[in-house]
Design a protein around this ligand. Structure first.
Ligand SMILES: Cc1cc2nc3c(=O)[nH]c(=O)nc-3n(C[C@H](O)[C@H](O)[C@H](O)COP(=O)(O)OP(=O)(O)OC[C@H]3O[C@@H](n4cnc5c(N)ncnc54)[C@H](O)[C@@H]3O)c2cc1C
Length: 509
């Protein structure tokens, strides 16, 4: 590898976590950083427009990864959209900004991710944001990510917030990124700037630093393998414009390719379950059975009511939220359900939904699934999509959680606050078989996590410093490292993981 370009750090993937890592590492002008991104620069016109991202699904900026048929979802195969572009999935996502519940992080810490409790991660969340609602003990201003309460006035729903409070929840205007996330109805927060444009990992962390001569960003650069000498990572092999290339990392390689592709890259490099690697003819460098296991994803389900009156369409997908537990006596656990509410049909989704009348949509999201799936190699060809089996709704408890939240939704819809709004329940409908409805109508919320989990047990892939067990100079830094997926949309935690990783890397030098 003597003639290869040499850097101190190579980061693979420019998404929520990787862009933060590249930015903060290259803030030190003495460090040479290479960022490899398989996708293109974020120039697609649909990216900046907060309502335009649905048009990006299936386009050249989307990996559009297919799952195996899902027995828990009536044998359907789903497409999990994932950004293939600078900014990764933050360039095609729905921009909801939710930190997660304090119990998520306390649980991580208890499970072996030492130093990742809520008290540990809160300062990073505060440092990340520029919250339009102002600074407080829980919120920051002046950070790199503008965060705003739902900016679409059509979307904000007094009926939802009042209805939930008439049922006994707190609110209205509950701040679910505040001190207590759950049991209060309020507005969702979004990573959207004051001009109404998408804030992505690229706009927040890469665009402002294009003048740094110590940061090299290569797009269209598909990493195919981490190069190892013995058990030490020394570089990355990648394909760019049909040409095989290599770059050398003198200090570390950081894999931030997302929860579906980071485990794939590790396995292609000989790091993973030995028997599975051998079955694909890959030499085993580190037998880590947990690579690709522990896949968790959030599942969404539309519950639709016909409205009594017309309403303009909304520009965003949703805007109101309530986090709750569907099981009595589960107060020690993070909330398992995120209930979004959209008072009229979202314009971006209208062509797909094909609902020929005014409607409002409750969107329960199972945020603490009991089911676990996996990612494996389909083949040793680095350009082949990974084999993805999320095992959606594989556990009966997950279906039961949806059945119970449908009852809660019906109770909210019966409150006085909704009397002028709703005419009749359309989906699932009063006489529907709820389990069949859940299994046939649910889908992914595109939040895969957990496939290279942090911890110290035999299935852990990285330690609490995000270093791959048994391999030197190699970290995984993205949604893969979550021991359990958080209760809420996953971009804020992915930014936080990237930010803290750099504190750890720099702290070790
Ligand atoms: C359609 C959609 C809607 C979503 N909505 C929301 C939302 O509203 N709110 C929210 O909080 N979260 C949302 N998410 C999820 C959120 O965006 C992700 O959790 C977050 O971006 C994960 O960050 P990451 O760094 O782990 O991965 P990503 O952001 O996906 O970044 C991974 C990067 O690695 C690159 N890459 C992969 N393989 C290679 C390779 N071999 N070589 C080089 N580069 C590679 C990818 O192209 C990508 O740029 C949504 C996601 C999607 C897809």
């Amino acid at each position: 590898m003597s003639n290869e370009p040499t850097f101190d750090y190579i980061v693979v993937g420019s998404g929520a976590s990787g862009a933060v890592v590249a930015n903060r590492l290259s803030a030190d002008p003495t460090l040479r950083v290479l960022l490899l991104e398989a996708g293109a620069p974020a120039t697609h016109p649909g990216i900046a427009d907060p309502g335009g991202f649905v048009s990006l699904w299936g386009s050249e900026v989307d990996w559009a990864l297919g799952t195996e048929p899902q027995p828990g979802m009536a044998e359907r195969s789903l497409v999990i959209n994932q950004g293939k572009v600078l900014g990764g999935s933050t360039s095609i996502n729905a921009m909801m900004y939710v930190r997660g519940n304090r119990q998520n992080y306390d649980m991580w810490d208890a499970l072996g991710a030492d130093g990742w409790s809520y008290a540990d991660v809160l300062p990073t969340f505060v440092a990340l944001e520029d919250y339009a609602g102002g600074a407080s003990a829980e919120h920051g201003v002046g950070g790199p990510i503008p965060v705003v309460d739902c900016p679409d006035p059509v979307m904000r729903s007094e009926a939802f917030m009042l209805g939930a409070s008439q049922l006994g929840f707190d609110g209205p205007n509950w701040d679910s990124n505040g001190g207590r996330q759950e049991n209060g109805a309020g507005l969702l927060q979004f990573h959207i700037d004051p001009q109404g444009r998408r804030v992505s990992a690229a706009t927040a962390f890469l665009d402002p630093i294009t003048d740094r001569s110590n940061l090299t960003v290569e797009t269209g650069a598909h990493a195919t393998r981490v190069l190892l000498e013995g058990r030490r990572a020394v570089g990355v092999a990648y394909l760019q414009g049909g040409e095989a290339k290599q770059a050398r990392a003198e200090r570390e390689v950081i894999v931030s390719a997302g929860a579906l592709q980071s485990p794939k890259l590790l396995m292609l490099s000989g790091i993973g379950p030995a028997a599975h690697l051998q079955a694909h003819g890959i030499d085993v460098v580190a037998d880590l059975p947990g690579v690709g296991q522990n896949l968790q994803d959030h599942v969404q389900l539309p519950v639709v009511f016909k409205r009594k009156t017309d309403a303009p369409m909304t520009t965003l997908l949703t805007g109101n939220v309530l986090f709750l537990r569907t099981r009595d006596g589960a107060d020690a656990e993070p909330p398992d359900m995120q209930l979004n509410f959209t008072p009229s049909i979202p314009a971006p989704l209208a062509p797909m939904l094909d609902i020929p009348f005014a409607a409002c949509i409750f969107l329960p999201i199972l945020v603490q699934p009991a089911s676990r799936g996996h990612v494996r190699l389909r083949s040793a060809d680095p350009l082949a999509a990974p084999l993805i089996d999320p095992n959606y709704l594989g556990q009966p408890a997950d279906v039961q959680a949806f059945v119970r939240v449908i009852e809660t939704i019906r109770a909210i819809a019966r409150t006085p606050a909704f009397s002028d709004l709703n005419e009749v329940e359309i989906l699932p409908g009063a006489d529907a078989d709820l389990e069949a409805f859940v299994r046939s109508q649910s889908s992914t919320l595109w939040h895969p996590a957990g496939t290279a989990k942090m911890g110290r047990d035999p299935m852990a892939v990285v330690d609490p410093q995000l270093r791959v067990h048994g391999v030197e100079s190699l970290r995984v830094v993205d949604a893969s490292v979550m021991p359990t997926v958080t209760s809420g949309n996953t971009v804020a935690p992915a930014f936080m993981i990237g930010w803290r990783a750099v504190d750890m890397i720099v702290g070790q030098r």
